[in-house]
Design a protein around this ligand. Structure first.
Ligand SMILES: Cc1ncc(COP(=O)(O)O)c(C=O)c1O
Length: 322
C-alpha cells in the first residue's frame, strides 16, 4: 500500500482511464510553451516560421534571443520555397487542420529532422515521428481547458523541475457549457483564453492529465474520419483547398470559397466557425494567407456530431447559395 495515499472521504469526479493516445510524451501547460522550450534547448539562432501562425506562439518566442524569419505557403499549403538553413537554425512546420501529414516526407527531404519542429496542434491524430520534436494541443480536439504534449528527445528531468499548473479554478467554462449551453459560457471561454496568455511556463496540471486519460480516442478518430468524408463528398468540387486525403481525422473541414459573408451567415444560425488567427497583422501577410484570414470557413465535423447534424449545416450552405 502507498503510505502517501489518503483513504476514504468525499468523492471527486469519477472518470474512466483509457490508454494514452501517445506514449512517452512530455507534458506542458500550453503548446506555445512547448515550442518555446524546444527552441530554447536547441539554442537556435534563427527560427523559420510560417506567416500564417498562431500569434501566441510568436509572442512566447519573443522571450528568447532567436531571430524569427517567415516563409509563405502555396495554395496547397506547401512551402513556396525551402529556406537554406545553417546548423544553428530551425524550422517550424504546421500541419494545418490535420490534413497534411504526408507532406512531412517532403519536409524531411529538405530540412533535417533535428532542425524541425512539427506543430501538430491542429493534428491530434497525426502520430509523432521518432527523434522529431512534435507538439500537440489537445484542447482544440477535446474538452480540456489547457495542456500540451511534446515528443522527441526531451530531457524529462529538466521539465520535471518546472512548476505544475492547476486547472480546477480555470476550467469552469467547460462545466458551464455542458450545463447551460455555448452562448452563456462563451464570455467565460474568452476570458479563460485571455488568462492563458498570462500563464507562466508550467507542466500540465493533474486535472488536465486525468481528463485526457479519460477519453476514448479511437472512437473520436473514427467519428472525425466519417464526418470529414461527409464534407469532402459534398464540397470537394467547389473547395479551393485541395484535400490530400478524403478520409482524415482532421480538426475541421477547411472550406475556402470566394464568399467572406459565409461565416457570419452561419453564425446567425448558431453554427460557430473559428477564425485563425484573430491577432495576426493582416497587413504583413502574403496574398494567399490574407485570403485565408478573410474567406476560410472551417466547418465543424468533430465527435459531437453525426450525419443529421452535418446535414443541417449542409442545408444552410445550400440556402446561402453555395
Ligand atoms: C497551429 C497552432 N500552434 C500552436 C498553438 C498554441 O497552442 P496553445 O494555445 O496550446 O499554446 C495554436 C493555438 O491556436 C495553434 O493553432
Amino acid at each position: 500500500m502507498n503510505n502517501n495515499l489518503s483513504l476514504g472521504g468525499f468523492f471527486g469526479l469519477e472518470l474512466k482511464r483509457y490508454l494514452p493516445l501517445y506514449k512517452d510524451v512530455t507534458q506542458f501547460h500550453l503548446a506555445r510553451q512547448a515550442v518555446y522550450w524546444v527552441v530554447k534547448q536547441k539554442q537556435w539562432k534563427v527560427l523559420w516560421l510560417p506567416y500564417y501562425i498562431c500569434p501566441e506562439v510568436t509572442n512566447w518566442l519573443a522571450k528568447i534571443p532567436v531571430k524569427l524569419a517567415f516563409y509563405s505557403l502555396k495554395p496547397s499549403f506547401e512551402l513556396t520555397s525551402f529556406p537554406a538553413l545553417d546548423k544553428q537554425s530551425g524550422l517550424l512546420w504546421i500541419n494545418y487542420f490535420g490534413i497534411h501529414s504526408e507532406y512531412q516526407q517532403t519536409l524531411f527531404k529538405n530540412v533535417p529532422k533535428k532542425q524541425c519542429i512539427i506543430d501538430n496542434c491542429q493534428a491530434l491524430f497525426s502520430p509523432p515521428l521518432p527523434n522529431t520534436a512534435t507538439v500537440y494541443s489537445p484542447r482544440k480536439f477535446v474538452g480540456v481547458s489547457d495542456g500540451a504534449w511534446l515528443t522527441g528527445n526531451i530531457d524529462q528531468q529538466l521539465v520535471n523541475s518546472l512548476p505544475q499548473a492547476s486547472s480546477w479554478s480555470t476550467c469552469g467554462y467547460l462545466l458551464k457549457r455542458l450545463d447551460l449551453g455555448p452562448e452563456p459560457a462563451f464570455t467565460d471561454y474568452q476570458q479563460h483564453e485571455k488568462q492563458l496568455d498570462q500563464a507562466p511556463l508550467q507542466r500540465m496540471s493533474i486535472l488536465t492529465d486525468t481528463l485526457l486519460h479519460s477519453i476514448d480516442y479511437t472512437d473520436i478518430l473514427h467519428r472525425r474520419e466519417d464526418n470529414f468524408d461527409f464534407w469532402h463528398q459534398r464540397l470537394q468540387a467547389i473547395n479551393n483547398i485541395i484535400i490530400p486525403k478524403p478520409v482524415c481525422p482532421a480538426l475541421s473541414y477547411p472550406l475556402l470559397v470566394d464568399t467572406p459573408k459565409l461565416k457570419s451567415y452561419l453564425l446567425k444560425h448558431r453554427v460557430y466557425i473559428p477564425t485563425y488567427w484573430p491577432g495576426l497583422d493582416v497587413s504583413v501577410l502574403p496574398p494567399f494567407e490574407k485570403t485565408l484570414m478573410s474567406n476560410l470557413c472551417c466547418l465543424p465535423m468533430d465527435q459531437r456530431y453525426s450525419k443529421p447534424d452535418l446535414e443541417k449545416i449542409y442545408q444552410l450552405l445550400v440556402e446561402f447559395g453555395l
